[in-house]
Design a binder for this molecule. Structure first.
Ligand code: PMP
Length: 425
């Protein structure tokens, strides 16, 4: 009874992501989470296929992460970062920089992925301002990308196909080129950067940076593209004096089988954004990282979120990275990839399915028709799994601790949901 009332109250008063107040999508009330399971109020347990949007890589309620957060809590949960520093921020910085190529030396902590992207854009513009090229203040990106929901981040998210098209006239106008056609698992298509090159040749005087999600385009289309594309983009950026920003907020910390997705190539960006799995999905924390040379050129950066480098978040992030590095994460991801391939590939024969893609611990089924989210979600919950599709994309990115049996079950429920009744014709 109380549960019904709470859900009704929630429905009437709380805005959930990507839905309305007058006709909201239904919500399921989660009571607690442990390992790879979400437990609902009515005690049903769901195998988590989403890692809470790419973040909970170690699963939920992990003793090591709980320990890190509680021991930090007894010292301080937060303190301003202006004029003050603290051990978790220093230790996390040492740890994060040790994972990256040596030229990454300067880190800016943000309180969400979108803000890390805003900071990256500001860094790029300011770099050119201070290099006597103030007209270089536009960005280029590829269509079907996604970089967050704040204004600057929305402006580099595809205005036509993306979820922010309503704001098209309000946002600063940047440049978009087609997304790479070259698949991750196929040969590189030689002219894939042709439009980008043409644009850079014409507009390089006004271009500050190219911003990309390396290898995996996430929320804009769950598309995996060729590492060779990144090699070419790096060459073009060097040729035309344009900075390169990689948004690894979704892909960082092992998800694609490499610690960072750009490690599928030999190239590195000038500015890197990380977030999501940085704290193992415990608390909101992100970072924008660049080289000493670029940082010096930028000078004073007028940005300073209230919860910058939050001690609880940074302490948890240290524990999460240690946990990841101490585990045999490469084998875990390789095993997840094997099971995803084995279980999802056969769906390619289904008439409803347009494409099946698997990379690392990400499995994607692109369907011909959009899902009926309410119906398919109910089916998943009734069958003991948590999968949250959008549009034509049903995808899995489970916590790395998932067992083969749990993953097989997750995939089988997904495969069984590929029936006309769950799609909008
Ligand atoms: N960049 C990418 C690639 C993302 O996937 C997301 C979040 N889905 C963001 C940026 C924004 O991060 P946040 O939701 O933490 O603001």
């Amino acid at each position: 009874m109380m549960e019904q009332e709470d859900l009704k109250f929630d429905r009437n008063h709380i805005w959930h992501p990507y839905t309305s107040m007058q006709n909201p999508l239904p919500c399921y009330k989660v009571n607690c989470c442990k390992g790879v399971y979400l437990e609902l109020e009515d005690s049903r347990r769901l195998i988590d296929g989403m890692s809470s949007w790419w973040s909970a890589i170690h699963g939920y309620n992990h003793p090591a992460l709980n320990q890190a957060i509680t021991s930090q809590l007894s010292r301080m949960s937060h303190v301003m970062f202006g004029g003050i520093t603290h051990q978790p921020a220093i230790d996390l910085t040492r740890k994060v920089l040790s994972l990256l190529p040596a030229n990454f030396e300067s880190i800016f902590y943000a309180d969400s992925g979108s803000v890390a992207v805003e900071v990256a854009l500001k860094m790029a513009i300011q770099y050119w301002q201070n290099s006597a090229y103030p007209q270089k203040n536009r960005f280029v990106t590829i269509r079907r990308g996604y970089h967050g929901d704040t204004t600057g981040a929305m402006s580099v998210t595809d205005p036509d196909s993306g979820m922010h098209y309503l704001f098209k006239d309000f946002l600063p106008a940047h440049y978009f080129v087609p997304r790479p056609k070259s698949r991750f698992d196929s040969a590189y298509i030689q002219d894939d950067t042709a439009e980008l090159e043409e644009l850079l040749a014409q507009q390089h005087q006004v271009l500050a940076a190219v911003i990309l999600e390396p290898i995996v385009q996430g929320a804009g289309g769950m598309w995996f593209y060729s590492p060779e594309y990144l090699n070419r983009v790096r060459q073009l950026c060097d040729k035309y004096h344009i900075l390169l920003i990689f948004d690894e907020i979704a892909t960082g910390f092992g998800r694609t089988g490499r610690l960072f997705a750009f490690e599928h190539t030999a190239v590195t960006p000038d500015i890197l954004c990380i977030g999501k799995a940085l704290t193992g999905g415990y608390l909101t924390l992100a970072a924008t990282i660049t080289s000493r040379r670029i940082a010096e050129q930028i000078g004073t950066l007028m940005h300073g979120p209230t919860f910058m480098a939050n001690p609880l978040a940074t302490a948890t992030a240290i524990a999460s990275i240690k946990l990841l590095l101490a585990s045999d994460w490469q084998s875990k991801i390789a095993n997840i990839e094997k099971v995803l391939q084995r279980e999802l590939r056969p769906a390619a024969k289904n008439d409803l399915v347009k494409d099946v893609r698997v990379l690392g611990a990400i499995g994607v089924i692109e369907t011909r028709l959009p899902v009926n989210l309410v119906k398919i979600q109910e089916y998943y919950v009734n069958n003991g799994v948590w999968i949250r599709p959008f549009g034509n994309l049903i995808y899995l990115m489970p916590p790395y601790i998932i067992t083969e049996d749990e993953l097989t079950q997750l995939c089988q429920v997904l495969s069984n949901s590929l029936r006309p009744e769950f799609f909008i014709d």
